[in-house]
Design a protein around this ligand. Structure first.
Ligand code: 13P
Length: 255
């Protein structure tokens, strides 16, 4: 992390876990556990928990994010949620391009870009996820693939909008597998992503952009991963559902 030029952000992606009732209990445990954080703390519960999450975190240092957003403003899109709907609830962040959306819900780089643009237009901060599969890593195309995903996701995003963009490097092979990227692998790709941002927007913007690592980050490996110069935070899945573990990661990012 380089806290001199950018914000460290720890975000919990709860995925499809926790009913609203269960979310309230988890948030009640999280509030005291992260209250002394010296980094930004975000939780991203399912849509059905967002109202409760915003209400319960009011006046605390926890920000609320959604896990997805539709790119159209409104209309006949049954089952979808717009950026304005999220903003109106008091949601601050939204994740776009998570690999599970790409893998299971036909998300493409182009729709990631459309969702990102819609979220920015509504005044949301966006955590854009990029990352390679195991096959792509073994083929040696990680750098090109992640650069391509980043460039397409950021198409049409202005330099000024970049203050509302966080990029999360999530190698697909490390998600939910217990198999973490080594801190060197995480650093290498996060550094490459920063070089892509520099190519698009210049050094000052690149140095100010928060780039997270995600993929089996936990209380035991957070220190090591976050100790790397270009790893500015984490997007946490499984460990974000355990208050003590999430708090330990927040503590690691607060150093
Ligand atoms: P895990 O931390 O469970 O591997 O999930 C990472 C992730 O996908 C966060 O978005």
């Amino acid at each position: 992390m380089n806290k001199a030029t950018r914000k460290a952000i720890i975000a919990g992606n709860w995925k499809m876990n926790k009913t609203a009732t269960e979310a309230a209990a988890l948030i009640a445990d999280l509030i005291p556990a992260v209250k002394n954080a010296d980094c930004e703390v975000v939780i991203c519960p399912p849509f059905t928990d967002l109202v409760k999450a915003v209400e319960l975190t009011k006046g605390t240092n926890i920000h609320v994010g959604a896990q997805n957003v539709h790119f159209e403003k409104s209309g006949a899109f049954t089952g979808e949620i717009s950026a304005d709907m999220l903003k109106d609830l008091g949601v601050a962040y939204v994740i776009t391009g998570h690999s599970e959306r790409r893998q299971y819900f036909a998300e493409t780089d182009v729709t990631v870009n459309k969702r990102t643009a819609a979220a920015l237009a509504a005044g949301l901060k966006v955590i854009v996820c990029v990352g390679e599969t195991l096959e792509q890593r073994e083929q040696g195309v990680t750098a090109e693939l992640v650069a391509l995903q980043t460039k397409i996701a950021l198409g049409g995003v202005s330099a000024d909008d970049m203050k509302n963009i966080v990029i999360a490097y999530e190698p697909v092979w490390a998600i939910g597998t217990g198999r973490t990227a080594t801190s060197e692998q995480a650093q290498e790709v996060c550094k490459n992503i920063r070089a892509v941002v520099a190519e698009l927007y210049g050094n000052a913007v690149a140095e100010a952009t928060t780039i997270q690592y995600g993929g089996s980050m936990n209380a035991g490996n957070a220190d090591e991963l976050l100790g790397k110069a270009d790893v500015d935070g984490g997007l946490i899945g499984g460990a974000s559902l355990k208050p003590a573990d999430f708090a330990a990661i927040v503590t690691a990012a607060s150093k």
